[in-house]
Design a protein around this ligand. Structure first.
Ligand code: KG4
Ligand code: ZN
Length: 337
């Protein structure tokens, strides 16, 4: 028999993501983003995001069903991001998921956003090795996870003590006069610069923990630029972008491989929006090759927030026989892993 058809709903930030999967087969991954409305504020505005999710929910579900060529009544289970994320934004997704589950008479699964970022890779590269280490880097989170089994056992090894990696990219981009969200613009500018032009600090690099810190780096870049501009000097944006980027990806890849060594794990997964960064992908590959670690990075459309990742994890939960969530599960903005 066919694996159950799982509808996934993701609304933790600005993307209304709707996914449909059967087993690990991706049938639809439809996204409505309110980023255009936030860009002029230089950051995601929670109230704007919540309203946008509400308006986008039904049309995006309908679009995903049409893309997959299935009917709403074909859905066998509903999975939704219960947290972490923006409280109001999560609430819209969780309320919608409850409505679909109740109306269809199918089980509901509230899932953790970070675990979903891990599970999604299976839609592209097949079942996850057990265990694997996951490095999740986005605008909202920077975490290292030990993943014995994505459906049942995900352990946090470390996370950022201040800014997320993507947040640092976005803030430094602003200092350099690049648009929001700045990660892709820094990535592009850095291609014409040198990563060794400026020696920016690598926070917590040798502290023995698997935590990250990026706020000192962000401040160091801002100070460096201010000092040059105050002296009437013109800065070379590509060199600053490349040197900043090198500092971030050096720390991320070193700590990820430190985690692999420490836990004797030979498979590393990188996910989240920052996983789209070309230098991160290249350096991670180089260091994994040197350490005998296999690297998995989903394609960019699966790395950024989306509904397919939630559906993928829901599918694993169904397959593992995990009990569904109660219909009164809360949205939890700081849901722990
Ligand atoms: O996963 P995501 O779409 O949303 C969440 O934050 O959860 O990640 C968005 C983040 C932004 O901070 C954006 O600047 C960053 O990912 N990003 C990048 C690149 N593409 C997106 N950062 C560095 N290099 C990139 N190529
Ligand atoms: Zn995310």
């Amino acid at each position: 028999a066919d694996a159950p058809l799982v509808l996934g709903i993701e609304t933790s930030c600005d993307e209304t993501g709707i996914g449909l999967v059967r087993g690990h087969t991706l049938l639809a991954n439809t996204i409505a983003s309110s980023m255009d409305e936030h860009a002029r504020f230089g950051g995601v505005v929670p109230e704007v995001a919540s309203r946008a999710h509400l308006e986008a929910m039904t049309p995006t579900v309908d679009a995903a069903l049409a893309a997959a060529g299935v009917k709403l009544s074909d859905v066998d289970a509903v999975a939704v991001t219960a947290g972490p994320g923006l409280a109001g934004a999560l609430l819209v997704g969780v309320a919608a998921a409850k409505s679909y589950a109740l109306g269809l008479g199918v089980p509901l699964y509230g899932v953790n956003h970070l675990a979903a970022h891990v599970a999604v890779d299976q839609l592209e590269h097949g079942p996850l090795p057990k265990p694997c280490i996951a490095l999740l880097v986005s605008g909202g989170h920077s975490s290292l996870l030990l993943v014995p089994d994505v459906a049942e056992d995900v352990i946090s090894l470390g996370s950022t003590v201040d800014d997320a990696a993507g947040e640092a990219f976005d803030k430094v981009a602003r200092v350099l006069g690049l648009p929001f969200p700045g990660g892709p613009y820094i990535d592009k500018a850095a291609r014409d610069g040198s990563g060794t032009a400026v020696a920016f600090p690598r926070g917590k690099i040798d502290d023995g923990t698997l935590d990250f810190s990026f706020s000192g780096l962000k401040t160091a870049v801002a100070r460096w630029v201010e000092a040059r501009e105050a002296g009437g000097e013109r800065i070379h944006v590509p060199d600053v972008a490349a040197s900043f980027q090198e500092a971030v990806v050096d720390v991320l890849t070193r700590k990820a491989l430190q985690a692999c060594r420490q836990y004797d794990v030979h498979d590393l997964l990188i996910g989240g929006g920052v996983a789209a960064n070309s230098r991160l992908r290249a350096l991670a590959q180089e260091r994994c090759d040197a350490a005998g670690v296999r690297l998995r990075v989903p394609r960019p459309g699966l790395c950024t927030d989306n509904g397919a990742m939630v559906a993928a994890l829901g599918s694993d939960l169904v397959a593992a026989g995990v009990a569904p969530s109660a219909l009164d599960i809360p949205a939890d903005s700081s849901l722990p892993i």
